[in-house]
Write a new protein. Structure first.
Length: 661
């Protein structure tokens, strides 16, 4: 008991029994309070232990350790690593950034110090305790250590260890964007001090990897990549090109993930000034972008090139594909000796490079300036392997205009060309006839241009005249139908692959016995062997076949496998016709002129009031069927004249399409 009385002053410093016992053993305090203080000072000062130094104050005037007053927690102070207060305290931190803090706790007789906590959000009302478990939530940040001694830090201490805590902000900013830091008295958690900080995201940075080339030839392509750092949304980058001309080149795709590749195709001609600036912009933060200036040089083949373009499928460049330029056969071109005995008139060929680019040299003369030209592609690799089933098409227009344009061949241009030219096609290599008039062929090519722009590969919203409403969604679904096969390595008959399913579903020569497995060899004999032929079979049977009642369902399901073209159909269609709506009955002057040789020109060009009950369908020289509705409304069914039994069915379809376009 005598010992305990002698240690009464030391109890002001140490509250734990083991610490008191250590004090008894190591310090051995003498009876005299004066000698005790002097000896304790000699032990404490050389070692720099702040806690023992504080004991001197306790010896000279320490109470019994009890107090009725609450402790007081001072203002939270921001310091450097040594505990020196910062001149300008921060009001915000970047995600993951750290800050040193300390706090003075007064009326803390047992020197228990402060505990630290953090809350995701603005400061809670005074006296409100932290939500249970909130201080352990690392998403709000962490403290090291989570407990500090009572300040102020003694002047003779060279390190702030024990007095300061390092707060590390969360790696990602909290949802509210702010955190509140709490320092509360260890002896009484209801007494605390707070400071609220804004937590900012680490700025996004973007850079090319590797750097783009400094020069490109006109019409050629190159792959670019952009890598984004600190893009927590993983939204990637959008690509654009800026120059002094209307054609600055194009990107495919126009949006990439971080590190994803896009193919840039330079403009077909050298723009004014000779340069193009390519830009990659962060989707998450559009203020962050990276750019490079590329010198566009004349193409070494420009003087001899008649057609240049890019082949794409499933939004990817198609490499190593054969591209053939054809002239549509008419009675005029046949007389000029251009067409061969099979009515196919191949003009020139090329092979696509790794970026899908091709250039066809001018090695021939146009049969006539107005001869209609088209491109047909065979095979190639769209990313899924070499695909022998892949065939695509684009209707270009008059031969005299080819050298001034750059074309895109893709699934959408194929849909437009096949449907518009279906009345003049026997297979992908044969368009036209020695008995066809140039006017009829020109009208069919004009219809293809109304559906899709072959210079961009984009589906139109309205026809070239602006009067007709293009069936974007149905064209998009038909294009996606081809994409589903295009992105594979092809098929073998009967293997159940995507391409095989496409060819089976468009094989409308199959009778009911064949569909149940009988005479399977006969079924395969009539089955398409490439995507253009399959689409041509569908265009000719666009209202369905009684022998294959489930074929449309199969086609819609295949089209739904891809989403490369939008908009697309959200439900299975009743038919696969392509119908252009003319609400006012006003067609473009050019189309009307081309319809002069229509089989029923009076009905076709009648824009007066009419009713569906007495509406008579008419066929124009392009093979399109026109159906009148109420008032001046008209519907143009593209290539409808090639389909057996279409007129009556098209009148019913036209009537219902106005309420469900």
């Amino acid at each position: 008991m005598k010992k305990r009385c002698e240690l009464q002053s030391a109890e002001c410093l140490y509250q734990c029994p083991e610490e008191k016992e250590a004090m008894e053993t190591q310090i051995r305090i003498p009876r005299s309070r004066k000698n005790f203080a002097a000896r304790l000072f000699r032990l404490a000062y050389p070692s720099g232990i702040a806690l023992l130094a504080a004991g001197l104050l306790a010896v000279s005037g320490c109470s019994s350790g009890s107090s009725s007053a609450k402790p007081q927690v001072g203002v939270i102070a921001f310091t450097d690593v040594n505990g020196t207060p910062l001149t300008t305290p921060p009001t915000a931190l970047t995600a993951g950034q750290g800050a040193y803090l300390d706090v003075n706790v007064t009326n803390d007789p047992h020197l228990l110090g402060a505990n630290w906590g953090v809350y995701c959000g603005s400061q809670l009302p005074p006296g409100t305790p932290l939500p249970p478990g909130q201080i352990q939530d690392p998403s709000c940040g962490t403290f090291t250590p989570a407990h500090t001694m009572s300040g102020p830090i003694p002047s003779y201490v060279t390190s702030g260890a024990g007095y300061i805590s390092l707060y590390n902000a969360p790696v990602n900013p909290p949802k509210q964007g702010v955190v509140t830091l709490y320092a509360y008295a260890t002896s009484d958690h209801s007494v605390f001090s707070t400071v609220t900080l804004t937590i900012n995201a680490i700025p996004i940075s973007i850079q090319f990897a590797p750097p783009p080339p400094t020069t490109l030839e006109a019409g050629t392509g190159a792959q670019f990549k952009a890598v984004l750092s600190n893009d927590t949304a993983n939204a990637g980058a959008t690509w654009s090109a800026i120059c002094s001309a209307s054609d600055c080149g194009s990107f495919s795709p126009a949006k990439t993930a971080s590190g994803g590749a896009t193919t840039y195709t330079a403009p077909i001609g050298v723009p004014t000034g000779g340069t193009v600036k390519v830009v990659a912009t962060s989707v998450t933060d559009p203020t962050k972008a990276v750019s490079a200036v590329i010198q566009i040089e004349p193409n070494s083949m420009s003087a001899d090139t008649i057609v240049a373009g890019r082949l794409q499928a499933a939004r990817q460049p198609v490499s190593d594909a054969q591209v053939t330029l054809y002239a549509a056969v008419t009675n005029e071109t046949a007389q000029n000796g251009v067409a061969n005995s099979g009515n196919a008139a191949p003009v020139a060929e090329a092979v696509t490079d790794q970026f899908g680019n091709f250039s066809i040299p001018n090695t021939y003369e146009c049969p006539t300036p107005d001869t209609q030209m088209y491109l047909m592609t065979d095979g190639g690799n769209a990313g899924g392997g070499t695909n022998p089933d892949l065939a695509l098409m684009a209707a270009l227009g008059s031969c005299s205009t080819l050298a001034t344009s750059h074309f895109v061949v893709n699934e959408a241009t194929t849909v437009a060309a096949v449907y518009a030219l279906s009345g003049f096609m026997s297979d992908p290599q044969h368009v036209g006839s020695a008995g066809a008039s140039p006017t009829g062929i020109a009208a069919a090519f004009s219809t293809a241009r109304d559906l899709v722009d072959a210079t961009t590969g984009l589906i139109r919203v309205r026809t070239v005249s602006g009067e007709g409403i293009v069936p974007q969604a149905k064209i998009g679904s038909l294009a996606n139908l081809l994409s589903a096969c295009a992105q594979t390595a092809g098929s073998s008959q009967g293997d159940g692959s995507v391409c095989d399913q496409l060819f089976r579903a468009t094989n409308f020569s199959t009778n009911s016995a064949m569909s149940s497995g009988v005479n399977a060899s006969t079924t395969q004999a009539t089955q398409a062997k490439n995507t253009v032929q399959a689409l041509l079979d569908l265009a000719r049977n666009a209202i369905g076949s009684a022998s294959q009642p489930d074929s449309f369902t199969a086609l819609y399901q295949l089209a739904s496998l891809s989403d490369f073209f939008a908009p697309s159909l959200s439900t299975e269609p009743r038919d696969w016709t392509l119908a252009i709506q003319f609400p006012t009955g006003q067609k473009s002057t050019s189309v009307t002129a081309l319809e002069a040789q229509s089989t029923n020109s009076t009905a076709a060009n009648n824009t007066g009031p009419n009713t569906e009950s007495n509406a008579e369908p008419s066929t124009d020289s392009a093979g399109n069927i026109w159906v009148h509705g109420s008032g001046n409304a008209m519907t143009e069914f593209v290539g409808g004249a090639s389909c057996t039994g279409m007129p009556k069915a098209l009148i019913a379809i036209a009537a219902s399409s106005r309420s469900n376009p």
